[in-house]
Design a protein around this ligand. Structure first.
Ligand code: NAI
Length: 392
């Protein structure tokens, strides 16, 4: 069967298995081309391991450090007439590559918020991998059923202080229009904190530690975002920002809890990038399109793998004290937030409209990265060819 992208809003309902494999290979090659990472982890657990920052983290741990990895993700296999989700293919590709190098690898597909999946991870670590020295928490989820109360919480992307109006981009059509996001209710703020805040991360760390599955000196890291003025009302000062504040507070709590094993907990503030999670956030596709143009012109653009490669080499395993800002956060958004970059983004944002999207932004770069998430548009892949049934 020939597989083509079928785009619905900010989703693509098909994924190309060969393209997804090629994209994982590219990321592996990127890490390998920089050489082995000294002092890296030997055993890593990655929650949210199948796409975006989590997949890049798993690749850096395995192919940069030679670590055995256990991954957890929420992905779907192929069904009759429907391809699997891209994270499914990417996980398969990761596993095949890890197997070739003799690296331990196992992936558990299911809801990381649930007690069942936590129990399965604990059992697998106990019987197979042993205590981990790196625990990456890279979940981006729309919903969480609380394992204790059974309440289903749904995250929303809304402002907290006042309704917010600004320009937004439909990246399929290239049309820029204005939208207003209504104020979140206090319940919506709470629900978003429940889903994307730090409680689940802390539950994982408590459990791993109580089962002696965090090795002495273990590091745990979760990912956060800050971003520019134009996205502040809906991102950092919005519901998702409240959740990120909670995640960042949790890092401090975990830092205390890990002291006795000489462990450390960090939030790493990463760069805005096209992922399945970020394409659903209002204003982000427009901001990212403009940001890409500016950062590419300045020669400082990075994707997930470049960011995470830098996280491992220049931050987590730099050898010595891990560099952070005054609030203890690792900053990988240093280039995105540079004054000259943000001034240029602001200048372009003021005049941006449907008519000048092509010249004033990197709309094509956005679209191409979006398609790549689903395995399309990768160099060297013959998209006109039939994909063998056994690969789907
Ligand atoms: P993504 O959508 O590419 O990846 C999300 C991962 O979570 C996937 O592996 C998915 O299978 C997994 N997942 C979702 N629900 C799950 C569940 N219930 N149980 C188990 N696994 C589940 O997202 P992305 O962008 O890589 O985000 C990861 C983290 O990085 C998030 O905390 C996000 O806020 C943060 N971040 C993202 C930025 C961006 O621009 N994309 C910027 C800075 C931080």
């Amino acid at each position: 069967m020939v597989i083509e992208p079928r785009i619905r809003g900010f989703l693509c309902t098909t994924a190309h298995p060969i393209g997804c494999t090629a994209s994982v290979e590219e990321q592996i090659q990127h890490v390998k081309s920089h050489g082995a990472i000294a002092n890296g982890p030997r055993k890593a657990l990655v929650i949210g391991c199948s796409t975006g920052y989590g997949l890049a983290s798993r690749i850096a741990a395995a192919f940069g450090c030679g670590a055995g990895t256990l991954g957890v993700a929420y992905e779907r296999p192929a069904e009759k007439g429907r391809t699997a989700s891209p994270g499914w293919y990417q996980t398969r590709a990761f596993e095949e590559a890890a197997a070739k190098e003799g690296l331990y690898h196992k992936s558990i597909m299911g809801d990381a918020f649930s007690k069942e999946i936590k129990d399965e991870v604990i059992a697998t670590l106990k019987s197979e991998l042993g205590a981990v020295d790196l625990f990456v928490y890279s979940l981006a989820a729309p919903r969480r059923v609380h394992p204790v109360t059974g309440v289903a919480h749904r995250s929303v992307l809304k402002p907290i202080k006042a309704p917010y109006t600004n320009k937004t981009l439909d990246f399929n059509s290239g049309v820029v229009s204005e939208i207003t996001l209504e104020l979140a209710t206090p319940q919506e703020v709470e629900d978003t904190i429940q889903v994307m805040g730090g409680e689940d991360w802390e539950m994982w760390v408590d459990l791993l530690k109580s089962e002696d599955l965090l090795a002495p000196g273990a590091i745990t890291v979760a990912y956060s975002y800050i971003g520019p003025d134009v996205t502040q009302p809906v991102y950092r000062n919005g519901t998702i920002g409240a959740a990120k504040d909670h995640l960042e507070k949790t890092a401090h709590t975990l830092q205390g809890k890990l002291k006795d094993i000489n462990g450390q907990a960090f939030v790493s503030v990463n760069k805005a990038l096209v992922t399945q999670a970020s394409s659903a956030i209002p204003f982000m596709p427009l901001y990212i399109s403009v940001l890409y143009k500016v950062m590419k012109e300045k020669g400082i653009h990075e994707g997930c793998i470049e960011q995470i490669d830098r996280l491992f080499r220049d931050r987590l395993y730099v050898g010595g004290k891990i560099p952070t800002d005054e609030q203890g956060r690792i900053r990988l958004d240093d280039l995105e937030m540079r004054e000259d970059v943000q001034n240029e983004v602001k200048r372009l944002w003021v005049g941006i409209a449907t008519e000048n999207m092509v010249g004033q932004s990197d709309l094509e770069g956005y679209r191409s990265d979006f398609l790549r998430l689903f395995g399309f548009g990768i160099a060297g892949v013959d998209y006109a060819a039939d994909v063998p049934e056994e690969l789907i």
